[in-house]
Design a protein around this ligand. Sequence first.
Ligand SMILES: Cc1cc2nc3c(=O)[nH]c(=O)nc-3n(C[C@H](O)[C@H](O)[C@H](O)COP(=O)(O)OP(=O)(O)OC[C@H]3O[C@@H](n4cnc5c(N)ncnc54)[C@H](O)[C@@H]3O)c2cc1C
Length: 504
Amino acid sequence: MQVKTQTDELQNYLTDASNIKGGHAEKLFIPETAEELAAVLREANDEKTPVTISGARTGTVGGAIPFGGFLISLERLNKIKKINEENLFAVVGCGVLLTDLQKELGARNLFYPPDPTEWSCQIGGTVATNASGAKSFKYGATRAFVQRLEIVLTSGEFLDLKRGETFAENGFIELQTRAGKIIRAKIPTYFQPKTRKNASGYFTSANTDAIDLFVGSEGTLGAITEIQLKILPKPEGFLSGIVFFKGEKDLLCFVNEAKSLSFETRRNQIQNPKSKIQNQIDATLLEYFDSNSLDFIREKFPKTPENMAGAIFFEQETDAENEDGLFELWNALLEKYNTDLESSWFTTTENDLHKMLEFRHALPVSVNERIVRYKQRKIGTDMAVPDENFVSFLKYYKQKLDESALDYVIFGHIGDCHLHANILPKTEAEAAKAKRLYGHFVAQTVMLGGTISAEHGIGKLKKNYLHVMFGERFLNEMAELKRAFDPKGILGRGNIFEEKFLTN
Ligand SMILES: Cc1cc2nc3c(=O)[nH]c(=O)nc-3n(C[C@H](O)[C@H](O)[C@H](O)COP(=O)(O)OP(=O)(O)OC[C@H]3O[C@@H](n4cnc5c(N)ncnc54)[C@H](O)[C@@H]3O)c2cc1C
């Protein structure tokens, strides 16, 4: 195991995609095995030294940034241990990069749907943040694919959790460590928001499965060292389109109908699991770009049409039998809602898909260039609301942003009622105004029964807003759950809730 203490050796490990400054650690450990990791945790626990788990540091909320104590990078636990093509599962070390797993699966005509855009993340990091992305519209977030976890607790003990084996009963859950010790934890009593995605706080449900407590726990309950994931056969083909709308009402009605049809197809599939559903709309993803996003994209991608209210990127999986029929179905839906078909693009080939990915990629590139130009930070939202409140929430977003006269773009996972608004201040005064506006969005989201983080998590950046969402009582319940697994409160300090909740 490597142990590093020199400032220059630690430097690259002290930041992530959140841009939070000031990270520091006494020592960086890079264990080669889960047992070495367990020994470091045991030592830290004995000395009450804070420990931060570091994945690939692509997280956007500072979860992997340490503020003192030990930092443990899991980059060496990076073996793909098994790919079972018959029973469709993979077993990986937590440090395996998503890109490496996808490459390996692709070569075998297999596929792992969770796609958090940034493929340099580690699988352990995606499990710890319950990462999701565009394809979550059809497939759900990472949680839906986690079948088994090996976890090391701060005591150095191992937990082996298999989905479907251990459930909460009467508000408590009992787990047995590998060495036979029983851990009894009280399940928090809050309800999950009725959103299609959520990454705010610990997961709970009527009969919580133990494994789900750890998925999305943001490095605060234990270190996830090995993961068994469900995988799928790679779809034969796909039909993708980037389609432009002159009218926003048409765009929203198109999305609404594409969603309803997709849900109906899935219901049919559940009712008739053995029949192959052909010729029914079943979108894999539905992504949105507002008119401001199109202006930014045009800077890099000049073919982007002008004077449009917005665009939708959609995709559906196809096979040789249904490809033509599905093209006709989508075309009819697009015509019904007055899509600007002349300026829209469609593809069924990987080659052309690159053009669409270039289009999507142009947005963050232009936005980031703009941020650098004005030496400011973008203020980005990650909120989602229940389906029935989505249209009013989008209206609220736009009204408030237009009134503020701040520059902004709105884009993202419209199928999941989860859009990112990026506010782009040009001055300090604008940055302060943007932060106030963010507070309004949090309040409106909570009022509409939504979540303040649908996919990026809370980390160190959004703790105050989690307080708004859940209030003191439920944060105390989360802290109580944490204490059951990490009694000294050393792991992932400052993530999810303030340290004061751990000392109550
Ligand atoms: C350009 C860009 C686009 C993105 N788009 C999306 C998106 O569309 N959807 C989305 O969901 N996310 C997105 N993300 C962020 C996403 O959170 C990360 O990509 C990923 O899920 C985190 O993995 P990581 O290995 O980088 O973890 P890190 O950033 O290193 O850590 C994240 C958290 O997990 C904990 N952790 C890491 N590994 C472990 C482990 N083995 N055991 C216990 N705890 C652990 C850390 O302590 C930390 O709290 C994006 C990020 C970028 C930079």
